[in-house]
Design a binder for this molecule. Structure first.
Ligand code: ADP
Ligand code: TYD
Length: 211
């Protein structure tokens, strides 16, 4: 989508190592002198961070599937308007921990098949995809045990359990096939440095293409 910057998203199941790897990639690119914005979804702008609390905290049945989809999309629209688009226009690298592929998976799959509704709303209100999407793929049981070890209050989705995470893993791999031009699938079931090295290589290849 970006006119001059590079828009990178990270995707994968809960606990797959996205936040860890986002930070390492940002550090690496900054050391090369690049202007990097690190952000996340849901959130990333003041309004979207307020919506984050509404969607991630509380009872798993707090929202209907449709209401939840509208909240995630509202948060994304604000994030796009206020942070992502201006940063890309200024030529920055934007690294976003989750983006619309998470909605395709979590709201599209977790409570019935809402994928068409997700895609329609995306086309209407968001309309852009990242330039590159790093999918950190790993065994959901291991991912969930990593995520649970964090013990936070943002557990509405983690509480869905291992079956949902298994469906999510398969769903993300299917998305990587559907959008093969922008997806890079990385094996996340290795030590942090090995995963980071593969991600650096993938992104450097992408940056070299655009230089
Ligand atoms: P995510 O953002 O995908 O939920 P995190 O980066 O927060 O994942 O990682 C979840 C937990 O697993 C954290 O406690 C983190 O320190 C740990 N972790 C991350 N990457 C690895 C790895 N490659 N091997 C072992 N533990 C990891
Ligand atoms: P995140 O903070 O990335 O959680 P984790 O570090 O455990 O991966 O995301 C919080 C949760 O929000 C995660 O369980 C996935 C969910 N989510 C959606 O359901 N839809 C969305 O569009 C996004 C961006 C996230």
């Amino acid at each position: 989508m970006s006119a001059s910057g590079l828009f990178i998203s990270f995707e994968g199941i809960d606990g797959s190592g996205k936040s860890t790897q986002v930070a390492l990639l940002a550090e690496h690119l900054r050391a090369q002198g690049r202007d990097v914005i690190v952000t996340r979804e849901p959130g990333g702008s003041d309004g979207a961070e307020e919506i984050r609390a509404l969607v991630l905290q509380g009872d798993p049945d707090r929202w209907s599937a449709e209401t939840e989809l509208l909240l995630f999309t509202a948060a994304r629209r604000d994030h796009l308007e206020r942070l992502i688009r201006p940063a890309l226009s200024a030529g920055k690298v934007v690294i976003c921990d989750r983006f619309a592929d998470s909605t395709r998976m979590y709201q599209g799959l977790s409570r019935g098949n809402l994928r068409n509704t997700v895609d329609t709303l995306h086309d209407l209100m968001i309309g852009v995809e990242p330039d590159v999407t790093v999918l950190i793929d790993m065994d959901p049981v291991e991912g969930l045990s990593r995520a649970k070890a964090r013990q936070g209050i943002e557990e509405r989705f983690e509480d869905f359990g291992a079956d949902l995470q298994t469906a999510m893993r398969a769903g993300f791999l299917a998305l990587a096939t559907e959008f093969s031009a922008r997806f890079r699938v990385i094996d996340g079931a290795r030590d942090v440095d090995s995963v980071a090295k593969d991600i650096r290589t993938a992104i450097e290849t992408e940056l070299a293409k655009r230089a």
